[in-house]
Design a protein around this ligand. Structure first.
Ligand code: ATP
Ligand code: MG
Length: 359
């Protein structure tokens, strides 16, 4: 089966790590006999903005809509184009237009990486954060009254729909079902937020009836963040609303060490539209041009893309290769400086690609 993949390097180190992501995909395609066709796009970058006065061409939706997946680097160079223009003019448009209602981030401590949590070893932290990505607290419903007076009032509503909650819960339950522990944790705050969060809890309880194999628990968001730090081993799949998921999906990867390795996915699970796979890190202008960016976040995102496209074996092979190269350590593998080594982006990418090919 062949897959058409849009490649959008974007800005900064996105341009440096993307070739390593593609190299990993080519290695996996070679080993698993997959037919991947890559089409590179120069838009969603500040270079494009400087040439055209906008982040993307008017027909970007047509250009990308027929693709099977979008492989994204990073966007934003705040000295050149303000972040609200670069981000709103690209990535956030994709999420909305392609109804990528799940944001998925693995939080897995890899060998050779020191967690900021004292005494944690690989195996202690291995869970997913599933964030609702389209509604909830980030609706733009509300307003300002009595502006300019000392009676000013601001209101912003949370909008949750049954369909919106159920579809992200379904994704999370299904994901939990694929995992050995089969455990799902829901993030709530129904002791303080008295209308939307009790409804969220109600939908979780309802959905749980259809998944009798999955053990379900819930925590209020305040104690949940504490438990991410104190007991990360408790978690398997964590599902959360847009705001709570935003917080947890930064905290989780932070507990697993360097920002250079963490991947993420914005998913339209039904495949009506292309899903987007990108590293958690940004364009990192401070290290751009030095050839020292860690390519693992991009390569791991490639693994998530393979899994989403139905090639779980190939995705696992990519993650296994990353783990083997990291386990070799900076003495035996060309790890980048953020991992304590002296390797370059290209050297580390090439080593991982070889490890993918050799199995
Ligand atoms: P965002 O674009 O999401 O707002 P940001 O621009 O604030 O994020 P990043 O670009 O992710 O932040 O960079 C944060 C820090 O992490 C920087 O000091 C950067 O050098 C470092 N960093 C980010 N990605 C990598 C990487 N792949 N390899 C090494 N260091 C990285
Ligand atoms: Mg940035």
């Amino acid at each position: 089966m062949s897959h058409n993949i849009a490649v959008i390097p974007g800005d900064g180190i996105g341009i440096e790590v993307m070739p390593e992501g593609v190299r990993a995909l080519e290695a996996a395609a070679h080993r698993f006999n997959l037919d991947l066709n890559f089409t590179e796009f120069d838009f969603a970058s500040c270079d494009y903005h400087e040439r055209h006065g906008k982040m993307m061409p008017d027909d970007w939706r047509d250009q990308l809509g027929s693709m099977d997946a979008i492989f994204f680097g990073a966007v934003g160079m705040p000295e050149r184009v303000p972040d609200h223009i670069s981000l709103w003019g690209s990535l956030l448009q994709f999420r909305r237009a392609f109804d990528q209602y799940v944001n998925l981030r693995p939080c897995k401590l890899m060998p050779g990486i020191k967690s900021p949590l004292a005494g944690r070893a690989p195996g202690d932290i291995d869970f997913y954060v599933v964030r609702e990505n389209t509604e909830g607290e980030y609706s733009s419903v509300g307003g300002k009254m009595f502006e300019g007076t000392d009676r000013e009032v601001v209101i912003q509503d949370t909008v949750m729909t049954r369909t919106g909650i159920d579809r992200v819960l379904k994704f999370a339950f299904e994901l939990a079902g694929t995992r050995p522990r089969k455990k799902l944790t829901s993030a709530t705050k129904s002791n303080g937020i008295s209308i939307t969060m009790p409804y969220w809890d109600e939908r979780v309880a309802e959905m749980a009836k259809s998944y009798p194999d999955i053990s379900v628990d819930k925590f209020h968001i305040d104690i949940l963040t504490a438990n991410f730090v104190l007991h990360p081993d408790w978690f398997d799949v964590v599902v959360a609303s847009n705001l709570f998921g935003d917080i947890l999906s930064d905290l989780g990867p932070a507990c697993t060490g360097t920002i250079g390795v963490a991947p993420s996915a914005n998913i339209n699970p039904e495949g009506h539209f292309p899903s987007l796979f990108e590293p958690v890190h940004g364009s990192a202008p401070d290290i751009f041009g030095k050839g020292i960016a860690n390519p693992i976040g991009q390569i791991w995102s490639a693994a998530m893309m393979l899994e989403h496209l139905g090639h779980a074996d190939a995705g696992k092979a990519v993650v296994d290769a990353i783990e083997r190269v990291l386990a070799a350590g900076p003495g035996d593998a060309p790890l980048t400086p953020d991992l304590g080594g002296r390797g370059s982006t290209g050297e580390l990418g090439e080593t991982i690609a070889e490890a993918i090919k050799n199995g």
